[in-house]
Every structure is written in C-alpha cells, then in structure tokens.
Design a protein. Structure first.
Length: 451
C-alpha cells in the first residue's frame, strides 16, 4: 500500500471544476410520498409494531428473568461488568421501572445519583433489553430457554427481528417499499418534462435504474399493464405513454435495446462506420414509433458505442439504462441531466454514476449538469424514513455549494439542502420540490452551481 509513498495533495471536485476538468453541476432531491398501497402496508406495519411493543413491554417471564438476574440482585458484586455493559444495565432498570417495580437507591447511585430520572421505556430501550435477554446473556437466562426461543420466533414472524437484531422501527420490507416506491415513476416523469421544458432539443438526460423488468414489455398491440414496479422498461412505458413533447426516448441495457424509429437511419449510418451492415430490428409491437434492436453477433460488441453516439448527437434525448451497464466506465460527455433511480447508497458506486454527468464536453464550454436524487419520504417516521437515511449516506462525501446560504460555502453532506424537520409532511414535500424547481431555473434556463 505504501509503494507510491504518501499522497501529496487531494484535488477536490470544486477545484476540478475551476480548472475546467469537470463542468459546473448541482444535485437536487425530488421527494415523493408512498402510493396508497405502500402507505397502507407501512401503516399496518407500524400498528403491528406498536401492539407488539406494548405486549413485550409487560412480558411477565422477561420481567421474572430480569428480577432474578445478578445485576439486579447484587450489582455491587460485578461493577466492572455493569460499567462495561451500561446500556444493558440501564435497559433492565428502565424496563423494571416501566412495570412499576421500585428501583432501590443502590441502583440509582450506580446509574447516576438518587435524583436521576429514569427514562420512559421506548422502542430503542426495549430493543436493547431484548438483545440482552435473547442473545447477550449466555448463562443466567438458561432457565428461560423455551420462552426465549418462542419470543425470538414471534419477533421474526412480526418482522421485528432480522439477522438477530431486534428493531421495532425499521424493517426490510418497509425499506424496500420506500426505496422502490412506484411514486418515483411520477417523479421521473415530472423531472424529464421539467428539464425538457427548459432545454428542449438540447436535453441529454439519462435515467439509471437497478433492474430492467422485461416482464413489462409485451408482444401485443397495446401495452396496458399496470406499472407497479420501478425499472428500465416500466420507466420507458411511463414516459412513452405520457410523452406530450414527442421526446426521443431510448433504452440501452445488456439484453434489450429500443431506439426511436426516427433514429434508425442514423443508427444504420453509425453502425456502418463499425463495419456492421446486417443490423436487424423489429417494431415495438405496441408502438411503431420505436424499434427493438435485435442484437446479432456482429452488433453485440459495438452496440453500446453506436447508441451512445446517437445520444451524443441528439437522435436520442432521454436514455434509460441500468447502473450495471451505464453506471461504470460508460462515457457520454453530452449528458446534462441525470436521474438516479437506483437504490444504491454507497458513495463509491453512486459517485461513479454521478460522474457520468459532470464531465466536460469538448466544444461546449457552457455545459452544466443537474443530478436528481429520488427519495420517498415516510410520513410515519419522525426522521423521514429509511430512503432518506440511504440518501444521507450517499451524500456524506459529495462536496457542493450550499444553495440557500446568504454566503454560499462548499460543504459535504445533506445539510446544504436545508431540509425541514417535518420533511415527512406532504405539504413540506410539495414545497421543497417547488423550491428545487425555482433554484434550478434562472433566466429561463437550468442553473448548475459550481461544485
């Protein structure tokens, strides 16, 4: 790791913009609310967790186990353990206090003095207590093995335990409903229309998704499938059905490629430059304005380059693809808008995807780029939910100009967006999206802050 010696200096993204190596760009967050079905599932889950919390918060056998444990009976005999495991000790006292068990002064002195006010039992404290009862204590709860096993099964059935972790607030299915919320399809449509309204034929917008979802492509005259999953083909269908400006939309994935019929002549010309003259296409069954490219042996090695060149010159204005194909290594400097319809939260991969849009374009010194991040806010969560949490992780190392400060500063993290505390409120979501649109436009054209 030290063969090259220490790093002399780290060049920041804002410095690369100033030097002209990257174009001015800005990130935007578009908030959505869960669909009715998603909202109902989340509400039912919250109700179920509240009932389970109330039930386990007064569990007589757990209460018996704690009252017979040495840390309750003789805490002074093992103070080292108590202070090294203070959260478990505290959770035990809080649990007992919530069940009207008087806490002796000895325990109060250990925990913080006789005037210390014991907190209320909440989700977090009960989670810690159950972690102690089920998994951390290896000796003194052996007499309750049958109850512990039954309790663990109950937690798993209710979705309150995953990977041995008790959690009443978060659940993988709730997380999936939020990160892959169908409401993001409406957000994508709104953003595409907004960007096209400002840039018109100069728009070069890319949407990156995690999945293709080929099951939404049908071989019938009409495609009336309900678009109930997010993916490349459902997004294509959503945009195709609501394409009021006749935008040139295309799909580029490893197994499926669709281009506008209007781009076919340019496709043939470009393919010929690669020595390909036997390209085969078929009309999309439910819309003759689009062609499905049949990937022949001669095409498969160059098809990405060919479609990319069509995008570069404007034969395609909106390109839909997967992060696996277009997220890493793909190069199309003409991109001036990017929608990340991906669930990825890691900085490295999300920055690779983001990097597709922020490269300079030779011959276009005025290029700017907007990067749109989609978040489905959870109105049942005080923090806005898991999808917002994922986005916060994504933004930890993104440097950008704060947009709403009186004196703009370069900063990382999501704080620069000045999100209100009640971002889970429907009215606040609408207000924040409108604010984004206002900031994004200046003198009738998109504005990208230097990052």
């Amino acid at each position: 790791m030290d063969l090259n010696g220490p790093i002399d200096a780290e060049i920041s993204v804002p410095e690369l913009v100033i030097e002209g190596d990257l174009c001015p760009h800005q990130d935007y967050i578009y908030f959505t609310n869960p669909s009715e079905k998603e909202r109902q599932f989340i509400a039912d889950y919250r109700d179920s967790m509240l009932k389970l919390f109330k039930e386990l918060g007064t569990d007589e056998i757990v209460l018996q186990g704690i009252q017979n444990h040495p840390i309750w009976l003789n805490p002074m005999d093992d103070l080292d353990w108590v202070y090294n495991n203070l959260k478990y000790y505290s959770a035990c006292l809080i649990f007992l206090h919530a069940n009207q068990i008087p806490i002796p002064e000895l325990h109060m002195e250990i925990i913080g003095g006789k005037d210390f006010k014991i907190p209320h039992l909440d989700y977090e404290w009960l989670e810690i207590l159950l972690e102690f009862y089920l998994h951390q204590e290896k000796v003194h709860f052996n007499a309750f093995a049958e109850h512990r096993s039954a309790l663990e099964n109950k937690l798993q059935r209710h979705g309150a335990m995953e990977r041995k972790q008790v959690n009443f607030s978060q659940n993988s299915r709730v997380r999936q409903y939020l990160t892959s919320s169908i409401s993001k399809m409406d957000a994508i449509t709104a953003i595409v229309d907004f960007e096209y309204e400002k840039l018109g034929k100069d728009l070069r917008l890319v949407v990156l998704s995690d999945f293709i979802r080929k099951e939404f492509y049908v071989n019938t005259d009409h495609n009336t499938l309900e678009l109930n999953k997010i993916g490349v083909i459902p997004i294509f269908e959503k945009l195709r059905r609501e394409n009021k400006n006749n935008k040139k939309i295309a799909v580029l994935t490893g197994s499926m490629i669709i281009i506008p019929a209007s781009a076919y002549s340019a496709f043939q010309t470009t393919a010929a430059r690669y020595g390909i003259f036997d390209s085969s296409t078929s009309p999309v069954p439910f819309d003759a304005n689009y062609l499905l490219i049949n990937q022949t042996e001669g095409l498969k090695h160059d098809i990405v380059h060919i479609v990319t060149q069509l995008f570069q010159v404007g034969e395609i204005e909106v390109l839909l693809g997967t992060k696996s194909l277009l997220g890493e290594g793909w190069d199309a400097p003409a991109i001036n808008a990017l929608i990340l319809a991906s669930f990825v939260g890691s900085f490295v991969l999300s920055n690779q995807m983001r990097g597709r849009a922020i490269r300079v374009q030779q011959g276009n010194k005025d290029k700017t780029a907007n990067i749109w991040h989609l978040v489905c806010a959870d109105s049942t969560s005080a923090t806005g939910g898991d999808d917002l949490k994922l986005l916060k992780r994504r933004f930890q190392k993104f440097l950008s100009a704060s947009r709403l400060r009186q004196e703009p500063e370069i900063e990382n993290g999501i704080g620069r967006f000045d999100l209100p505390e009640n971002i889970n409120n429907v009215g606040e979501i609408s207000r924040k999206n409108a604010e984004n649109a206002t900031i994004c436009c200046q003198s009738g054209k998109p504005q990208a802050a230097v990052e």
